[in-house]
Structures are given as C-alpha cells and as structure tokens.
Design a protein around this ligand. Structure first.
Ligand SMILES: [Zn+2]
Ligand SMILES: [Zn+2]
Length: 332
C-alpha cells in the first residue's frame, strides 16, 4: 500500500448491497455518513457538503465499489441541512439524477439564505443581541458554498414504499431535528437509516424552524413524538448520519431519557432566579460557548422551554419585544 493510503476510508457494508460512506464536513460534528444502495436503481441516501474534499472522498469510495458518479440514479435526502444535502445540486449537474426530500424542508434547500435570514427577528425576540445576530448572518453567508440551492426537488413522503431488487424501504416522516426529516425503515429486518434523528450519545438538537407563514415550529415536542412513533416500529438497529457507525434503539432511547430528566432539573434551577429570555438562559447554561454555537444552543433552549411550557412547569410572556420565561409557581 502506498504511503498516505492507509487512512483512506473504506465503505462499510451495513447490509448486503448497502454501504456506509464517510464524507468530511467543515463543521465541529465531524464527518457525515451517507449510504449507497448498490442495487437498481443505484441510490445515494444523503450526499454530504458541496466541497472538493467531500467530492473526492465520495469518488474514492465509489471507485472502491467499482462505481462512478454517473451510475447514481437517485438521491434521497433525510433532511435539508447542508451536511446532508449540500452536494446534491452539483451531483445532479454531473448527469441526470432525481432528488427526493420531504416537502417540509423544500423551503430551506431551494432558498437557504432567505430561509435562515428570515429568522433574524425571531432570534432578536429570544434575546439574541445585535453582535450575535451579525455573527449569525456572517455564518449563513460563510456556509453558502457548502450548500448549493436545489433547482428541482421531488417529494419523499410518510408511508411511501421504495423498492430495489431484493429490498423494500419505508419512508417515515420524523419531524423535530428538522421539520421535513425522514428516516428509511426496513421493518422486516428491524433496521433503519436515520440521518440526524437518533444517536446514542448526543441529543439531536431540534433546530429552530420558522414556517413560510411565520409560525415557529415546536421542534422538541415534535421530535419526542417522532421518537415515540419510531420506538413503536420495532427497529432495533439504526445507522445514523454522524459519529457512531450504528446504534441500538433501546440504548439510545434510555440514554435520552436520562439526559432529558437531568436537563429538566437544570432548566428549572436556572429559572429560579426569575424571568429570563431564552438567550439569557443559554448564556447561563453555556457561559463558555462561542458566538458560532449560539444558534444551535438557542435551538436546544427553545426546545426545552417548549416542553416545559407544555408540561405546565414554565410560562412565557412578551415584554418590550422580548419573550420571557419564568417558573409557573411564581405567577400564582
Ligand atoms: Zn441535521
Ligand atoms: Zn447532520
């Protein structure tokens, strides 16, 4: 083996004819796993970011399997985050491929900048100060080359059955992390390809989402609802989009339950000092966090607050253009 070849990633065959590919991203989460279904029609589930490094890694791993980009006929996207769809438009331009993604994520993959920049007033209401807002805008602009807008998308919807030779997968809509997130289930064999829906050691952050009509989606309650539906499907093994190469559903749900209880206590303790904006809560919980992490951390805070509000533990009110949260007992 030539020098420098040793660290090359080899595709991992998760099931006969289905391969986990590992592609680099510029994000702190590290590489993203995409899945090649080397059965007719040859399909890629998630595609990585649009970068020369990611494209080279994809080509190398396809080459290992005796394929090139032109052989891929369809792209299925678990959700509209740049590490999962960014390269899709470029791959389509390499030769006719269809791309399928749930319609609830069409807004962000067809006009990414507009989708995120529309969030600014909502983030301001959550207490995000102007220097953080400026950084958020800078980040959205910085990310542009990694995620090209898609020109033509086709729907990938709940309950759809997808067929390959000897394989049938079912699309399950799992909103939460992203409103249009889907997972691909193989109920017969008890496994699924899950994107950013479920992990063992990290909580998939339900990211703040504003619908085209200006309604803020309750991402975390939706995510927990999706997990409940997923748990009922008897899927034992999942193949995620990051970190662990495969996970056990039961273990992941147990870990999540523990984290949720622990976090709930921390949030309630924080709110004992009085009414706070979501941004103030975020800064108290993560005092060392950097500006670049604010959006994801604020998403987590909003998610927890939505849950606590639904449970009747906290209450919110608007004051001078800000949303303030406090413990409910204080009010009475
Ligand atoms: Zn994601
Ligand atoms: Zn991801």
């Amino acid at each position: 083996m030539k020098k420098g070849m040793a660290e090359k990633v080899q595709p991992y065959e998760i099931r006969p004819g289905i391969f986990q590919l590992e592609l680099p991203t510029p994000y702190p989460i590290g590489p993203v796993y995409t899945y090649l279904i080397k059965l007719e029609p040859i399909t890629l589930v998630d595609v990585g970011v649009n970068s020369p490094e990611s494209l080279a890694a994809l080509q190398e791993q396809l080459y290992c399997l005796g394929l090139n980009l032109n052989r891929i006929e369809q792209l299925l996207l678990t959700h509209g985050h740049s590490d999962h769809y960014g390269a899709a438009q470029g791959l389509i331009e390499e030769g006719g491929k269809t791309v399928l993604i749930h319609p609830r994520d069409w807004d962000k993959v067809t006009d990414r900048r507009d989708y995120y920049l529309k969030m600014k007033p909502y983030l301001a209401q959550m207490g995000m100060p102007s220097d953080y807002l400026a950084y958020f805008v800078k980040f959205i602009v910085w990310e542009t080359p990694y995620a090209r807008d898609l020109e033509k998308v086709h729907p990938l919807e709940e309950g759809t059955l997808l067929f390959w030779e000897g394989l049938k997968l079912e699309v399950m809509h799992t909103p939460g992390h992203s409103p249009g997130h889907v997972v691909l289930l193989c109920p017969r064999e008890g496994w699924a390809i899950t994107g950013d829906f479920i992990f063992t050691h990290i909580t998939p952050d339900p990211i703040i989402d504003i619908t085209p009509s200006g309604f803020r989606t309750p991402s975390m309650p939706l995510h927990l609802e999706s997990l409940k539906r997923f748990a009922a499907r008897g899927i034992n093994t999942f193949f995620p989009g990051h970190r662990e190469k495969e996970g056990r559903t039961e273990t992941a749900l147990e870990e999540l339950r523990k984290r949720m209880e622990y976090k709930k206590k921390i949030y309630m303790d924080t709110l004992k000092e009085g009414a706070l904006t979501p941004f103030q809560i975020m800064r108290r919980l993560y005092p060392q966090s950097r500006k670049g992490e604010a959006f994801v951390l604020l998403s987590e805070v909003m998610g927890r607050l939505d849950l606590l509000e639904m449970e009747g533990v906290v209450t919110s009110r608007r004051e001078k253009g800000l949303i303030l949260y406090s413990l409910k007992e204080e009010e009475g």
